[in-house]
Design a protein around this ligand. Structure first.
Ligand code: SF4
Length: 517
């Protein structure tokens, strides 16, 4: 693999700590994951520490397994836990922290999934980062480096005193962990480029973190508080750095168009193109009521002919319920602007099964697309739907999820209705979304079940067959209780011990307000 490092490190101390930085999937996915690569860079920049990146398809390691002191894991999706167990099995490391002795490395996890609700996976890891990596990663690894000779227990006790570090084995009644957040005064960008990455040779720049919109189902918005914007000068500096190595840039953020200087950033890129530089620039999904002409102009000049917006609910009523104040005129307005700028198509994301949804809301989605199709001949619409997954730490953490059969029927309905107007709609797997909900709202009692599912292949069939075995033995609670039922507002939830700036009382009042709209 050819890799280009865009950063250098100066090590003055002798290496005393060996770290495997693990991405629980294959190399080309890991090398496009900005969060994972950034964490590996942060650790690599600490004196006296040697870091090796490990993936599920890594064949040969540089550090011998018996010399590894720490293994870090980045979890972006609930089902990444399967990749974690695959790595542990490959290196014959016991799955549960309590079964690992002093000869095993310490296992550390971070990422949005464990920051929201670490409990279904808590017994696998020795310690877990809650929130952003920047505020404490240096302190964590310097502490581990300087206390290498201490016992596992002693190390965990020291780590538990660092803000944002959760040590599951030390959790007692009244245990609290406060989520930590970076100021984002320095811009995060791709530290290592490779052609073998999923986004081949693409230099990714994080323009902002979080989203001011606060849609009630959105984990990204609720766990990334407060919203932070990278300084303009920093972004420009990063663009210049990236352009020394590649002509492919990606601007990343939940809502990049909310950046107060997005037009200036786009103009900077436009000037490059107009002076003869060939550039490919992509952005994460746009929001119809925020996107500026300048952004569309920049994207078009950089070769983009389609864009993506998340519409979520088909009707304005439903979008209000999810706190997404996006009007039909906003959506038609963005299409109009896109057509004027020479775009030829739009991907639209929707969610099926949102609280209070009716078939009229589904019809409204189809009608909207019909109207666009009739008005803009040849403009290609690609609607794509997933089903509603109530996520911990959001107002909709309390919401019920509709039964699988009902959601499958709605999926079929929407595909059929779109087919009638000559549009192919894509839908997600309702069964996988069910499992995602189970993992999002589960507690520690799920861990043995999740491990047994992995042992039986980790597919939908394994989730079902292990579930049946547990049911037969009478030692497993009904998974529908986690997934389908609404949570009582005064119910204690497995993730309540994590303190976010938006408290549980706030989530309760938001939920109550929104579902009564
Ligand atoms: S606009 Fe998008 S990123 Fe922002 S809160 Fe809504 S769904 Fe999340």
């Amino acid at each position: 693999m050819t890799e280009t490092y865009l950063y250098t490190t100066e090590k003055t101390k002798e290496i005393s700590l060996n770290v495997w930085c693990v991405f629980p999937a294959v190399y080309n996915f890991g090398m496009s994951a900005l969060g994972y690569l950034t964490v590996s860079k942060y650790i690599d920049s600490i004196d006296g520490i040697f870091v090796e990146r490990i993936f599920n398809d890594t064949e040969k390691t540089y550090i011998r397994q018996e010399s590894v002191d720490i293994m870090t894991f980045s979890l972006s999706f609930e089902l990444d836990y399967l990749g974690v167990l695959a790595i542990l099995e490959k290196y014959k490391i016991p799955f549960l922290a309590k079964d690992r002795d002093e000869t095993s490395p310490l296992l550390y996890a971070g990422g949005p999934v464990v920051s929201a609700n670490p409990e279904p996976f808590a017994e696998i890891f020795d310690f877990i980062a809650i929130g952003d990596a920047e505020p404490n990663i240096k302190q964590i690894f310097e502490t581990l480096r300087d206390n290498k000779e201490k016992t596992k227990q002693e190390k965990l006790e020291i780590l538990s005193k660092i803000a944002g570090v959760y040590v599951p084995s030390l959790k007692k009644e009244d245990y609290k962990v406060k989520k930590v957040a970076s100021k984002l005064d320095l811009c995060v960008s791709t530290p290592i480029l490779t052609e073998q990455s999923f986004f081949s040779n693409t230099f990714i720049i994080e323009v902002e973190r979080g989203c001011p919109q606060s849609c009630a189902f959105c984990l990204t918005s609720y766990i990334n508080t407060p919203v932070r914007f990278c300084p303009y000068e920093e972004i420009i500096e990063q663009i210049e750095l990236g352009l020394k190595y590649t002509n492919k840039l990606a601007l990343l953020g939940a809502l990049i168009c909310a950046h107060p200087r997005i037009d200036d950033i786009c103009q900077y890129i436009i000037d490059k193109v107009e002076s003869g530089m060939e550039l490919e620039v992509t952005v994460s999904s746009l929001r119809a009521d925020y996107v500026s002409d300048k952004t569309l102009e920049m994207l078009h000049k950089c070769g983009q002919r389609t864009a993506t917006i998340a519409v979520e609910g088909g009707s304005e009523r439903l979008r209000k319920v999810v706190n997404k104040h996006l009007t039909k005129d906003d959506i038609l307005g963005i299409v109009d602007k896109m057509v004027k700028h020479g775009f030829t198509g739009l991907k639209m994301y929707g969610i099926i099964g949102l609280p209070t949804e009716t078939y009229e809301d589904l019809d409204a989605f189809v009608d909207l697309c019909k109207e666009i199709k009739q008005k803009y001949k040849g403009f290609v619409l690609t609607p794509s739907f997933s089903t509603f997954v109530p996520k911990a730490q959001t107002p909709f953490q309390f919401a019920k999820r509709e039964e699988t059969k009902i959601l499958e029927k709605k999926n079929e309905y929407i595909k059929k209705e779109f087919a009638k107007i000559g549009i192919k709609a894509r839908t997600s797997s309702v069964k996988w979304d069910y499992i995602q909900t189970l993992l999002s709202r589960g507690g520690r009692e799920l861990t043995p079940y999740l491990i047994d599912v992995y042992k039986q292949g980790g597919n939908i069939g394994a989730f079902k067959s292990v579930y049946k075995e547990y049911e037969k033995n009478g030692d497993f609670i009904n998974s529908d209780e986690y997934v389908l039922n609404a949570k009582k507002l005064d119910e204690e939830l497995p993730w309540d011990f994590i303190e976010y700036p938006r408290s549980k009382d706030f989530l309760k009042s938001e939920y109550t307000r929104l579902i009564s709209l």
